[in-house]
Design a protein around this ligand. Sequence first.
Ligand code: SF4
Length: 218
Amino acid sequence: MSRRALLQYLELLKQSGIRQLYHEPAGAQAALDKKALLKSLALKYSDCDKCPLAAGRLNLVYGEGNENSIAMFIGEGPGDNENKIGKPFVGAAGQLLDKMLAAINITRQDIYITNIVKCRPPENRNPSTEERLACLPYLVEQIQIIQPKILFIMGLVAAQSLLGNTNTLTWHRQSCHEFMGIPAFVSYHPAALLRNSNWKRPAWEDLQAFQKEYEKLL
Ligand code: SF4
């Protein structure tokens, strides 16, 4: 991890009140432990009330997928369908994400998917700074457990939150960034692509750039 990335990471940890870091379980049990650990943490946080989003929660949407994957896809927050079902990206945006993944020969079983906040913001509004910082420790913990080698960040809110800036999506899409020392690509949120099909072409270019690095890491 570069010094800049380390400082960025430590600042985010400080802002979100993280006091303890997860240590990777050693030995052959590690892969098995990851699944069990993530499951137990999802259960542990299911009654979290650290931020106002708890009030509208039907189900905590912790994350789903392959805990041994080298790739994590990170969106903004659960929508209505996700809140009802407790799984990420299950609505129309999720179906589009599946198609986007298929276009680069990836399935849901190949990756791990989660969001920067685990409870649904009302009326799908952007999560506030307070809400993002309250929930960030859970994402950091997931990354520490899964230990992905590459991240794909979906949408401006998630990108600005994790990369600690207020730059535009266009700026974020221009290069590969780093979060917790891990290469991080940024693109449109699938829900945004449903609203504006003109963004599908640039989103496809982002996916191809991601695919190139992902396949190198396999
Ligand atoms: S969004 Fe995160 S911090 Fe806020 S209540 Fe839900 S789990 Fe807790």
